[in-house]
Design a protein around this ligand. Structure first.
Ligand code: CP
Ligand code: NVA
Length: 332
């Protein structure tokens, strides 16, 4: 081949590569509002099927690899994804953001590179905008493993757990107490999809994002109540849900005492404890996404009470994500 022929071949390859790379994936999951009601129900029911018959699904990620890139600490999300991937014959690649070159290079370049190696990427970030940048530049689906705004995988596991207990979701009442945070936002989105009424009791400065609330109210026929009196709001609750008053990003800061103290003071009337549970119907289930901070947002006796289903929630992270991954890859 003379030089001119080689140049022509190179040009051809370049043009070909531009148009034949893996292209944009059809599906990603940054927030539950990315999904339709029907898609959410399919994933929840899929999680229940996988839990009941894991063998049937054991090869669904064969020859597939999934990167898990985490900017914050994790127990449940990391372990449930890693084990779930391995149970379906795939390979999980865990990456600590802070010991990778994501710390020193552009997010665009690093995510483009990573997406050339794997079939999907799970990311836990501080800023939700980082996930949007990742989705824009990745050649493979991005799954939100927690951002400052949303935790959709947690909400999928929560809905799956509620469905296991109550059989049907529509028309139930959930009462969320505490911080109007990532968990609360995804629960609101999930409640909208599932037809669950939601009552939220938060201190004034820690209310959920009004745009998320308005969108869910606009698009769904559910009752949303915002209040500041937990005893009043739990009265008709089928489920009482709480989460940490102090986000992990603040727990892990060395100089966090001011912010921690401020929050503990602001949230002190919103604790889930035996006294509060005495105002709720006898059948009301207690939920928490974990990690919990006992004697802050929830007392140990409420967390360990006979109505607590927190460890079912934690377990169901694995089952529902096992369905979610092949669903996102469109191989199921
Ligand atoms: N609920 C949850 O996401 O837990 P981890 O932070 O331990 O992953
Ligand atoms: N909402 C908490 C826990 C999420 C698993 C946080 O952001 O730290």
């Amino acid at each position: 081949m003379d030089l001119q022929q080689r140049i022509e071949a190179s040009k051809k390859l370049l043009a070909h590569r531009r148009y034949s790379k893996r292209g944009k994936p059809e599906r990603s999951l940054l927030t539950l509002s990315d999904l339709t009601k029907e898609q959410v129900m399919t994933i929840i029911d899929g999680g229940i099927s996988i839990k009941n018959n894991p063998t049937k699904y054991r090869d669904l990620l064969k020859h597939k690899s999934v990167a898990l890139i985490f900017k914050k600490t994790s127990t449940r999300t990391r372990c449930s994804f890693e084990i779930g991937i391995s149970e379906m014959g795939g390979q999980a690649l865990y990456m600590d953001w802070n010991t990778s070159n994501f710390t020193i290079a552009s997010l665009e370049d690093e995510i483009k590179t990573l997406s050339r190696y794997v079939d999907a990427i799970v990311a836990r970030v501080h800023k939700h905008e980082d996930l949007i940048i990742m989705k824009e530049h990745s050649e493979v689906p991005i799954i939100n493993g927690l951002s400052n705004l949303y935790h959709p995988c947690q909400a999928l596991a929560d809905l799956m757990t509620i469905k296991e207990y109550f059989g049907e979701l529509e028309g139930l009442n959930i009462c969320y107490l505490g911080d109007g945070n990532d968990i609360c936002h995804s629960l609101i989105n999930g409640a909208g999809h599932a037809g669950i009424n939601i009552s939220i009791a938060c201190p004034q400065n820690y209310l959920p994002n009004p745009e998320i609330l308005e969108a869910v109210q606009r698009n769904n026929n559910i009752r949303i109540r915002i209040g500041s009196d937990p005893t009043e709001l739990v009265k008709d609750a089928d489920i009482i849900y709480t989460d940490t008053w102090i986000p992990m990003a603040i727990w892990t800061l060395t100089d966090n005492s001011n912010e921690k103290d401020l929050r503990i003071k602001a949230f002190s009337d919103f604790q889930v404890n035996r006294e509060l549970l005495s105002h709720a119907p006898e059948h009301a289930l207690v939920m928490h996404c974990l990690p919990a901070h006992r004697e802050y947002e929830i007392t140990a006796d409420a967390l360990n009470s006979e109505n607590s289903i927190v460890f079912d929630q934690a377990e169901n992270r694995k089952h529902v994500q096992k369905y979610l991954m092949p669903w996102i890859l469109e191989t199921i």
